[in-house]
Design a protein around this ligand. Structure first.
Ligand code: NAD
Length: 451
């Protein structure tokens, strides 16, 4: 096995003290970007509760492998451009590494590291036999032709193929990647290693994808929200919901919530946001069609234009951040008027914003739980590829609901039993499971045991 250089080391100290207390701020510096700080904060709180030593924390947080590659691409105009690609495998303690591939200008080592780590805790929380990974290429995909995008993807795979595989690391889509990109990865990988449908998930159905996978993250957001409402004797019916981000996650969450009686009153994307006019909510099917035709939610007939900060501050029952990281910070957390936040995106809430929500008694259903539907469905796809079987859609959705409901109830039980937030409980359960796996493998000893 080839080893790779550590490109962005984790701080060699436990900085939880610096991040606790009333001074908690987005400007608190423990090194790294805001997403790294958020991940570090959430990890440190739970690790301390578990009684993990600094050394154990370091072992659990340091990525297993970090790969950084150059991705040279011949452009349509004959020029050559060299992009930078990453694949970070955070942990394989509980199974092959698993995580998406993102094409975005902001992709860098620190962001990939934080997002890979989130995948480790997410797969552990929903108890599927995977670790965590993330990858991506720093690029602006909207400025690439289909041919350039395909060549970029194939060259990236040619650089990382030794590090991925059905029992090593299994990519999936993330921001600006989709089933077509997965098909190119499958083809490029299989041309070197033989037919390997289980090397990626969220593939086209024709290549071994499963029904329901493409929608599963957003569907899962809706399922987890439904379970949360049920726990307090409520339902999705009549809930007024605002959604930031109307891509894969946001649009599928909207569709599920609408199907179950909720009302989507506002949505936003990178170009702007819209609010339903009068008492009629937005019609999700028509809005998805509008986005397919125009590329944005903006100018949806009958809706009122607002901006994304106004969307965050709307009076509503539920706010779903489903765009990118750091959407909710100490600067705008005080403006939120929803009573529940469901994190469709990864790391959308900074530690300081989270503290403000806690103080204001706004419930937050954390990313580890809320957007885990995609990776759970990916697990179903992977097992079916290995067995060469295929489930019907209703079975996929029944099983998806079963996994997410079980995880929600486990988190809620710990949160209520130990008087902590759903986020703290989710991280605690997840870290404990990975720590136990590392301990059983012999990588570390733990005296910790979750009550
Ligand atoms: P996507 O590319 O399909 O959609 C992203 C959406 O966010 C688009 O509507 C885009 O316009 C909008 N957006 C981007 N920047 C914005 C900004 N600054 N302000 C407002 N809107 C903005 O991506 P996706 O797959 O839906 O992923 C969204 C989030 O969910 C990401 O954080 C991703 O990591 C997370 N996630 C995705 C999956 C999945 O299966 N796709 C699984 C788990 C978590």
């Amino acid at each position: 096995m080839q080893s790779a250089q550590v490109i962005n080391p984790i701080p060699q100290r436990s900085s939880v003290q610096a991040l606790q207390g009333p001074q908690l701020t987005d400007k608190a510096s423990v090194g790294g970007t805001l997403v790294e700080q958020t991940a570090h904060h959430n990890f440190s709180l739970a690790a301390q509760r578990l009684g993990l030593s600094d050394d154990q924390q370091l072992l659990l947080r340091t990525p297993f492998r970090e790969v950084k590659v150059s991705v040279p691409v011949q452009m349509d105009d004959g020029s050559l451009r060299v992009f930078t690609g990453y694949r970070i495998q955070h942990s394989g303690a509980r199974g092959p590494a698993k995580g998406g591939i993102r094409y975005h200008p902001a992709v860098d080592a620190g962001e990939m590291q934080a997002l890979a780590e989130i995948m480790t805790w997410k797969t552990a929380l929903v108890d599927i036999p995977f670790g965590g990974a993330k990858g991506g290429i720093a690029c602006e995909p909207t400025q690439l032709s289909a041919g350039e995008l395909e060549r970029l993807t194939r060259r990236y795979v040619s650089r990382i193929h030794r590090f991925i595989g059905p029992f090593r690391d299994i990519p999936a889509p993330d921001v600006n990647t989709n089933a077509q990109v997965m098909a190119w990865i499958l083809d490029e990988y299989s041309s070197r290693h033989g037919y390997s449908p289980a090397v990626v998930t969220s593939k086209p159905i024709e290549l071994g994808g499963i029904r329901g996978r493409a929608a599963a993250t957003g569907t899962g957001v809706g399922m987890v929200l439904a379970e949360h409402m049920k726990a307090s004797g409520r339902s999705l019916s009549g809930l007024r919901v605002a959604i930031q981000g109307f891509g894969n996650v946001g649009s599928n969450a909207a569709a599920f919530i609408e199907q179950h009686g909720g009302e989507i009153i506002a949505v936003g994307d990178v170009n702007g946001a819209i609010l339903s006019s009068g008492s009629r909510p937005l019609r999700v099917h028509d809005l998805i069609e509008h986005v397919r035709l125009t590329g944005s939610v903006v100018d949806f007939p009958g809706a009122v234009a607002i901006d994304n900060e106004e969307l965050i501050a709307l009076p509503c029952d539920v706010l779903v951040p489903a765009a990118l990281e750091n959407a909710l910070t100490e600067d705008n957390a005080g403006t939120v008027r929803a009573s529940v936040i469901v994190e469709g995106a990864n790391l959308p809430t900074t530690a300081a914003a989270d503290r403000i929500f806690r103080d204001r008694k706004i419930e937050v259903i954390p990313d580890l739980l809320a957007n885990a539907g995609g990776v759970v469905a990916s697990y179903f796809e992977w097992t079916q590829n290995l067995q060469q079987t295929r489930w019907p859609l209703d079975k996929v959705n029944r099983q998806l609901s079963a996994y997410l409901t079980r995880a929600y109830r486990a988190v809620r039980k710990v949160a209520e039993g130990r008087d902590m937030s759903l986020r703290e409980a989710a991280w605690l359960i997840a870290i404990d499971r990975v720590a136990r796996a590392e301990s059983l493998r012999g990588a570390m000893r733990t005296g910790s045991a979750r009550a």
